[in-house]
Each structure stands twice: as structure tokens, then as C-alpha cells.
Design a protein around this ligand. Structure first.
Ligand code: NAD
Length: 485
């Protein structure tokens, strides 16, 4: 098996160390990839810096940058089948979901390709004989650090707006899931020939060494990070030790999912499952903390169990499978430990609660009932196919329970009473709230969290702002001297 290198300045560069990438469905070796040390990571940073400061990229018109992004979208669409299969092999998500991810990835590049020509400045009505302008400029060199749950989609969410804004980038995928990003990089030179060298660089490696080198580098102007809240805190601290730089953080969540008695039961149960079991529950916005009105609690739990038994778990390459293995065996063991701890605290396992026998990092769809706000499982992000059910008596209690968390990424509410649904929507302290649904996500709409779920927004017009600086320009129209002295 050849070792995949680092992609720096449009060339493949070998690293001293390497890491073996494993298929979580069966433990097979999939690839050997470079594990960049600090020095090797710095080479990529220097390439991005030089490409921003003195390369041709900053002279590109917005139209031309946009066309580069359209070419990337076309490249992703052309290779979508191969990429989807590789994503599934590396990450474990069902192939049907990987297919959607590739379409979303291409769409994201198209969306931000179009936005390149819509980056607008302003004129400011200053009280003087002058023209005051606000200009938007690229923030510079961006370090992009992404997690393992949606590997290529997370690449798109960061690389697309950064390039549209005119930045140069160094991307660091999660150490567990670099394979689709490596393929992506491998096709660029040939299929997107108008992307100059050094504008897109890719380093593979761990967080402590490779990620931290990006975070601490004085050559980088902006860090865009998606990952755990703990890592986010670490990054803020590390930056603050030596520097001030722009930063946006998309972090974890423990999102509430409120079911009122007047909800359409069939649609609500269907939404409950989709909102918490897609991608094996390894979704930052998973609405897996179910809050259920007391009078429908038992009926709801019965329907949930019945429906969850239909979730087909197995080889994620099988098109009929809807739940694959978790990303690694270590992560599966972590999920199992959290469920065991919840049991000890008094949670009742209504379904699942164990790993099936046999190979692969699988964990059964799990429903925990009798969960109270005092239990850790009510508060801590599981990042696996585990939902908790907590009853509530009225709207006020539902809202209080929903907001009883340090996170604020997402939330969902089911009710046929439009007044109540919207009242509750307004009260939920989260960056994304779904009414009578859960999880739809579009490039056109902003994504990000309140409270400890992060800072800044991705996607929509907000997503590109994160990669732009704002410059005030004052043009004096008085020819005469000021005459102050
Ligand atoms: P993680 O925080 O462990 O790792 C994320 C990335 O950060 C990886 O590339 C990792 O190598 C890197 N990293 C780790 N330590 C670092 C350090 N000290 N300095 C710099 N980089 C470092 O997260 P994960 O386990 O890969 O992903 C799961 C987490 O991501 C969950 O908490 C999930 O909620 C969150 N997530 C959030 C969103 C969102 O949009 N809010 C989306 C997807 C995932």
C-alpha cells in the first residue's frame, strides 16, 4: 500500500511519519496516509502565505474565482460515485447518505461560486464633503480544521466560502477520515487548472501536532474550526497565548426535540428517528434529547420502539442499509460507556443499549427512557445512535428543559398548534430551530450555534462573511487645506 502524501503548492510531498486508515465496518486496512509533523505542516502554511501575498490568486476577478468554484463542483459531480463509496468505506455512513453528501458538496461549491460576484461593499453617509466606502477584502490565509462525521461536506462548507472570498487555505481533515479529501486534492491540478498553486493545500495529521501548528502559526490570519466544544476551548486558549487572529467555531450540541400531544404522531415519530439516527447519530445537530408531553409519553415511546426496530443496520455499502458502524472502535466503546453510565444513574434501556456481536464498530439504535435532567446523559453529547426520553407536563416546563444545557446548536418542536409551535421556537436558545421537522440543512441558510456550540456562522451570506475583512475608505473631496494649524 503506497503512503499518501501531503498536498502542498500543487505537489505531493512525503512526510516522515504515517498513519493507517481503517474501515470501521470490518477493521480492514484502507490506506496509509502521511502524518504531518510541525515542520511539514509549516511548509503548507508557507505555501498558502506566499500564494496569498504574491501569487496570481488575489488578482483574479470575482467572476474568475467563481468559475474556479464551478469547476470544482463539476469535478465533485463527475467523481461522485467513487467519492461516495470511499466516504462510506472510511467513515461507515450508509452509501445512500454518502450519495447525498456528494450532491450537497457540489451544490455548496456552486452556491459559493455564485456568491463570489455578490460580495458587496457600501457607501457610508458621513457628514463631510467626502465619499466614504466600505470595502470587503479576503481575510488572507485560512487554516481549516474539520471533523470526521461529514468529511467531504465539512471540506466544502469551509473551502468553498474561503476560496470565493479570495483566501488561500490549508485544510486539515480529521485524522480518522482523510481519504475523500485526498482524492479531491488529487484531481484539482488536472480538472481545475485555473486554480493557482498554493491556493489549496492539504495536510493530514493529528490535532495535537498538525492542528495545533495551524492554530499557533503567525502566518495564518484565520482559523475556521468544526469539532468538539472541548477542542474549541483548547484552540481559543492556544491562539490567545501568542496571538490574536480571526476565528470561527462550530462545536458540539445536545439538541432538544419537543413533542406536544397535538403533534401528528406518525410524522413526529418518523422525524424523531431521522433527527437522531441519521449518520449513526454522529451529527452535531442531532435532536436526540426527546422531551415528550406526559399524556402521550407511553404511546410515543411504544411507537418509537416499533419504528426503530425497522432501522436496518449492517454493511454500509449495501444500498438498503440505513445504519452503518460508528467511525472507529474507540468511539463505539465511548458511546457504550456513556450508555452504561446512564443505566447506573437510573435510565431505562427501552431498546438497544449494546454493540452487536461480530466485527465492525456497530452500536444498536438505542432508546433510553426515564431520563431526568440530573443525569449526565441528559446533558452530554453522545455522538452516536442514542436518544433519551424525558416527559414534561406543560409548555413552560418543555422550554425550561429544552434550554437546560450549555449547548445551543439546534432544536426541534412538533405541534399542530401554530401559535404554540412558534412561541416555543422563539424561546429555544439555539442557532437552528426546526418546526415539525428535524435536520434539513441547506447552503442557502445560516448554520451555527448559540452558547457553547460555537461562534460565527457557516453557509448562506453569513458563511462568506467569516472569510472577509471590512475596510473603511475615506475619499476627501475638499481641495483646500484643512487649515487646522
Ligand atoms: P474533535 O474536536 O476531536 O476534532 C475535530 C478536528 O480538530 C480534527 O481535525 C482534529 O484533529 C482537530 N484537533 C483536535 N485537537 C486539536 C488541537 N488541539 N488543535 C487543533 N486542532 C485539533 O472532534 P471530532 O471528534 O472529529 O468531531 C466530533 C465533534 O464535532 C462533535 O462534538 C460534533 O458535535 C462536532 N461537530 C460540530 C459541527 C457543527 O457544525 N457545529 C459539525 C460537525 C461536527
Amino acid at each position: 500500500m503506497k503512503t499518501e502524501g501531503l498536498y502542498i503548492n500543487q505537489k505531493w510531498v512525503a512526510a516522515k511519519k504515517s498513519r493507517t486508515i481503517i474501515n470501521p465496518a470490518n477493521g480492514d486496512k484502507l490506506a496509509v496516509v502521511a502524518e504531518a509533523d510541525a515542520k511539514e505542516t509549516t511548509k503548507a502554511i508557507e505555501a498558502a502565505r506566499a500564494a496569498f501575498d504574491s501569487g496570481p490568486w488575489r488578482e483574479y476577478t470575482a467572476q474568475r474565482r467563481g468559475r474556479v468554484l464551478f469547476a470544482i463542483a463539476e469535478m465533485v459531480r463527475k467523481h461522485a460515485k467513487e467519492l461516495a463509496r470511499l466516504e462510506t468505506l472510511n467513515m461507515g455512513k450508509p452509501l445512500a447518505e454518502s450519495d447525498f453528501d456528494m450532491a450537497d458538496t457540489a451544490t455548496c461549491f456552486e452556491y459559493f461560486g455564485g456568491m463570489a460576484t455578490k460580495i458587496m461593499g457600501e457607501t457610508n453617509p458621513v457628514p463631510d464633503n467626502a465619499i466614504s466606502l466600505t470595502l470587503k477584502e479576503p481575510v488572507g490565509v485560512a487554516g481549516l480544521i474539520i471533523p470526521w462525521n461529514y468529511p467531504i461536506m465539512m471540506l466544502a462548507w469551509k473551502v468553498a466560502p474561503a476560496l470565493a472570498a479570495g483566501c488561500t487555505v490549508i485544510l486539515k481533515p480529521a485524522e480518522q477520515t482523510p481519504l475523500t479529501a485526498l482524492k479531491f486534492a488529487g484531481w484539482l491540478a488536472e480538472e481545475v487548472p485555473d486554480l493557482p498553486p498554493g491556493v489549496f493545500n492539504l495536510v493530514t495529521g493529528d490535532g495535537e501536532t498538525c492542528g495545533n501548528t495551524l492554530v499557533r502559526s503567525p502566518l495564518i490570519d484565520k482559523i475556521a474550526f468544526t469539532g468538539g466544544t472541548e477542542t474549541g476551548r483548547h484552540i481559543i486558549q492556544n491562539i490567545g497565548q501568542t496571538e490574536v487572529k480571526k476565528i470561527s467555531l462550530e462545536l458540539g450540541g445536545k439538541s432538544p426535540h419537543i413533542f406536544f400531544a397535538d403533534a401528528d404522531m406518525a410524522a413526529a415519530v418518523d422525524g424523531a428517528l431521522f433527527g437522531s439516527f441519521i449518520n449513526q447519530g454522529e451529527v452535531c445537530s442531532a435532536t436526540s434529547r426527546f422531551l415528550v408531553e406526559k399524556k402521550i409519553h407511553d404511546e410515543f415511546v411504544d411507537a418509537l420502539i416499533k419504528q426503530s426496530k425497522k432501522v436496518k443496520m449492517g454493511d454500509p455499502l449495501d444500498a438498503s442499509v440505513k445504519m452503518g458502524p460508528l467511525v472507529t472502535h474507540e468511539h463505539r466503546d465511548r458511546v457504550a460507556k456513556m450508555v452504561d453510565a446512564a443505566k447506573k444513574e437510573g435510565a431505562h434501556v427501552a431498546l438497544g443499549g449494546k454493540a452487536p456481536s461480530g466485527a465492525g464498530a456497530y452500536y444498536e439504535p438505542t432508546i433510553l427512557t426515564k431520563v431526568t435532567p440530573k443525569m449526565k446523559i441528559f446533558r452530554d453529547e453522545v455522538f452516536g445512535p442514542v436518544v433519551t426520553v424525558t416527559p414534561f407536563k406543560d409548555e413552560a416546563e418543555a422550554i425550561a428543559l429544552a434550554n437546560d444545557t450549555p449547548y445551543g446548536l439546534a432544536g426541534a418542536v412538533w405541534s399542530r398548534d401554530i401559535f404554540r409551535a412558534l412561541r416555543v421556537m422563539k424561546q429555544i436558545r439555539a442557532g437552528i430551530v426546526w418546526v415539525n421537522s428535524s435536520q434539513p440543512c441547506y447552503c442557502e441558510a445560516p448554520w451555527g450555534g448559540y452558547k457553547q456550540s460555537g461562534m460565527g456562522r457557516e453557509l448562506g451570506k453569513y458563511g462568506i462573511e467569516e472569510f472577509l475583512e471590512t475596510k473603511q475608505v475615506h475619499i476627501n473631496l475638499n481641495e483646500a487645506p484643512l487649515g487646522w494649524y
